[in-house]
Design a protein around this ligand. Structure first.
Ligand SMILES: Nc1ncnc2c1ncn2[C@@H]1O[C@H](COP(=O)(O)OP(=O)(O)OP(=O)(O)O)[C@@H](O)[C@H]1O
Ligand SMILES: [Mg+2]
Length: 363
């Protein structure tokens, strides 16, 4: 909290404003949880991780603090990633994590949030949806609307709700990839696959273990991906990085040198699967929609859209224009926040019970 907001002169005003402003846009992803508060912008952007005491179950840390411990946990502490492939894998831990994130997102004067919009992956089951609602309830959020992430991502990327022509938004997350076609503010077609940019990390860990005999941790794999991997053939195949971990044969600490040329095909295999899924969805569009897409191209959002060369690779494969949205990781929360600012649209979802709105007013 800044000093300014603590001074008495601002207290009254802030309290009044916070009553209105404590509307949250929540994007809980398998890699990161992002919360946007109306009037204050993005207030939480942290890894979806929670560290617990093994014996007591007490929460030791969440988010960035938990990430610092990840793979180097103290005795008796374990770090968990309770969301997997875009859905709640461990309800208890997700609940605890969201309660802490939502708590820190709140202003100091407001102990509950009156309402929140939450993004969810296309095609989640009622059970998976209830898990999100339960977590929100535990986080003392009064009313929750769930919006399909592709619709939110489209709005956040600048697609207008009243645009009659179709736009396609592809959100590449850590554990998921969604393709959503929007026209007239509604979803025309949407698919959600449980594969994302974090699958590249898993492929790297696997490759290094099997072919180089070194077992590496999650943080090392992420660093290697960001430093050396790309979706298109790297300019310098010999560029290298040193990574360390545990020798799988001797069990001793060890390090190896690895090149961009060695990592490229490993990452490429995952990127190809992601793009195959996207390309398959694009063959399912009605002709009029396909025509719009041909003229307008594809919009990329999500953290995976920042993976080196993924836009170029998608362009090459589909022969379409491909644009990465501004601040692509925040497109979804920006879009959700816009729905708050357009009560007309929020009402439209509620009254029409449009498919984009999966649930309204819980609790
Ligand atoms: N600058 C970057 N360059 C390359 N990759 C990045 C960058 N920033 C984030 N990523 C990758 O994006 C992925 C996370 O994206 P995002 O935060 O959209 O996922 P998420 O919403 O948590 O996951 P999901 O929606 O699939 O549950 C991670 O695999 C991460 O490595
Ligand atoms: Mg996501």
């Amino acid at each position: 909290m800044s000093f300014r907001s603590k001074t008495p002169a601002f207290t009254g005003l802030s309290r009044l404003r916070n009553l209105i402003a404590d509307s949250m846009a929540i994007n809980m992803g398998s890699a990161a949880t992002i919360i946007y508060v109306r009037g204050r912008g993005v207030v939480v952007d942290e890894p979806s991780l929670i560290a617990l005491d093994n014996a007591s179950g007490e929460v030791i840390a969440v988010g960035t603090e938990a990430q610092k411990m990840y793979g180097r946990e103290a005795r008796g502490v374990t770090v968990f990633a309770p969301m997997v492939n875009g859905v709640v894998a461990d309800f208890e831990k997700t609940k605890q994590m969201l309660a802490i994130f939502a708590g820190s997102a709140r202003s100091s004067f407001s102990h509950f949030s009156r309402r929140a919009l939450m993004s969810v992956l296309t095609g989640i089951t009622p059970v998976e949806r209830r898990a999100f609602l339960g977590a929100a309830e535990h986080a003392r959020i009064g009313r929750v609307w769930m919006v399909e992430e592709g619709l939110a991502a489209a709005l956040g990327a600048g697609v207008r709700m009243d645009d009659p022509r179709a736009s396609v938004v592809i959100n590449v997350g850590g554990g998921t990839t969604s393709v959503t076609v929007i026209a007239n503010g509604d979803i025309v077609h949407a698919t959600g696959e449980r594969i994302g940019a974090s699958d590249i990390n898993a492929a790297i860990v696997n490759h290094v273990r099997r072919h180089r005999g070194l077992s590496i941790g999650a943080q090392t794999a992420e660093r290697l991906k960001l430093e050396l991997a790309s979706a298109t053939v790297p300019d310098d195949l010999s560029q290298s990085a040193t990574i360390s971990g545990r020798d799988v044969v001797t069990g001793s600490p060890a390090a190896i040198e690895i090149t961009a040329g060695e990592i490229y095909p490993v990452a490429q295999e995952v990127v190809r699967k992601i793009v195959d899924g996207i390309a398959a969805t694009l063959t399912e569009l009605p002709p009029e929609v396909a025509g719009d897409v041909f003229e307008r191209g594809l919009i990329l959002t999500g953290g995976g859209s920042l993976f080196g060369g993924i836009d170029a690779y998608l362009r090459e494969r589909t022969k379409l224009f491909v644009f990465v949205a501004d601040e692509p990781r925040y497109a979804i929360v920006r879009g959700l926040a816009q729905l708050f600012d357009e009560p007309k649209w929020l009402r439209h979802f509620k009254e029409d019970n449009a498919p984009a709105l999966l649930a309204d007013e819980a609790g």
